[in-house]
Ligand binder design. Structure first.
Ligand code: IPM
Ligand code: MN
Length: 366
């Protein structure tokens, strides 16, 4: 098959890790005989520097006309001025909205071989296999009014949380469907004891539940969810939440895996299903890590596994995706570690060598 993939590396470690995601994709293509047309674009801070805007219309069009987007990260201290007219992050929010990718799927997998570098006791991690489904195009990130104004008492800042029932229903259905295809447990996260949006959320989840008789629905308050994720993470299967809660909980959940650097994500405009093609936006859950950018030491696995999710959901190539994931497993099992997951006597490698090892494992897998 031939398809077009937009590659938007962005800022900080974004381009470094994305380069390895692309290498893994191309290595897979060579092994299985697939061609990819890669189209590169500037996005985020680098685009502000070069073009005066975080997202040129042609880059947004490129993303929309591609079969999938592989994204790195945007932002950094250089563009952190609170009074700047636009920020690198605006590009990411704009792209998510333009592409309508309301469902952000963040799987959290625990690698037994990383137990030694984990901050958790092995018995806490036993059986952990969960997915965070995060609503991605609504809530506090997008709703108006939003902004800052002067008042006689000083400045006031406003962000608005707003959700329509339709927005809530479509993301909850992604949660239900995913739970149905997994272990049948859905934790719907809200703050229904305080927030009106959350009461609508909870009501909608309860209304939909009878349509999914094989799924056991549990309502969990977000603060309690944060606690249980650390105390008893194995009790979770699918966690579904609104945008901001999902952002926070998925960073927290990444600690279970061992490092943020390991976690991929897929942002889709519908229910992910193997065998059904859907355009999508794929990015590691980590940010741009400005402190280590340019040093070649960032963990590229989040990007490589994001590329694997792309292969599964947007290219419909299940066997190929599994092969990429197994190559990552293999290299971790062989003891190779980037700095974020290294312990005392690990075989420490940089981003490029981690990519080399994963490419080699892929090439020898068939
Ligand atoms: C993420 C990131 C983004 C978000 C930032 C960079 C805008 O933290 O993808 O989780 O908050 O969505
Ligand atoms: Mn985040």
């Amino acid at each position: 098959m031939e398809c077009q993939i937009a590659v938007l590396g962005g800022d900080g470690i974004g381009p470094e890790v994305t380069a390895q995601g692309v290498r893994a994709l191309e290595a897979m293509g060579k092994v299985f005989g697939h061609q990819f047309r890669l189209e590169y674009g500037d996005v985020g801070g680098i685009s502000i520097d070069k073009h005066g805007t975080p997202l040129l219309p042609q880059v947004s069009e490129l993303a929309a006309s591609s079969d999938a987007v592989l994204f790195g990260g945007v932002g950094g201290p250089k563009w952190d001025d609170p009074n700047a007219p636009s920020r690198p992050e605006d590009a990411l929010l704009q792209l998510r909205a333009d592409l309508g990718v309301f469902a952000n799927i963040r799987p959290v997998k625990v690698y037994p071989w990383l137990a030694e570098s984990s901050v958790f006791k092995p018995q806490v991690l036993e059986g952990v296999d969960l997915v965070v489904v995060r609503e991605l195009t609504g809530g506090l990130y997008y709703a108006q009014p939003k902004g800052r104004h002067e008042t006689p008492q000083g400045q006031t800042a406003v962000d608005t949380m707003r959700y329509s029932e339709a927005e809530v229903e479509r993301i909850l259905r992604v949660g239900f469907e995913l739970a149905q295809s997994r272990r049948g447990k859905l934790a719907s996260v809200d703050k229904a004891n305080v927030l009106e949006c959350s009461r609508l959320w909870r009501q909608t989840a309860s209304r939909l539940a009878p349509e999914y008789p094989t799924v056991e629905l549990e309502h969990v308050l977000v603060d309690s969810c944060a606690m249980h994720l650390i105390q008893q993470p194995a009790r979770f299967d699918v966690i579904v939440s609104e945008n901001t809660f999902g952002d926070i909980l998925s960073d927290e959940a990444s600690v279970l895996a061992g490092s943020m650097g390991l976690l991929p994500s897929a942002s889709l405009a519908g229910v992910p299903m193997e065998g059904r093609l859907t355009p999508g936006f794929y990015e590691p859950i980590h940010g741009t890590a400005p402190d280590i950018a340019g040093q070649g030491i960032a963990n590229p696995i989040g990007s490589i596994l994001s590329a694997a999710m792309m292969v599964r959901y947007s290219l419909g190539l299940t066997e190929e995706a599994v092969c990429m994931e197994l190559a990552v497993d293999q290299v971790l099992m062989d003891g190779f570690r980037t700095a974020d997951i290294a312990v005392q006597d690990s075989k420490l490698v940089g981003s490029q060598e981690m990519g080399d090892r994963i490419v080699a494992a892929l090439e020898s897998s068939r």
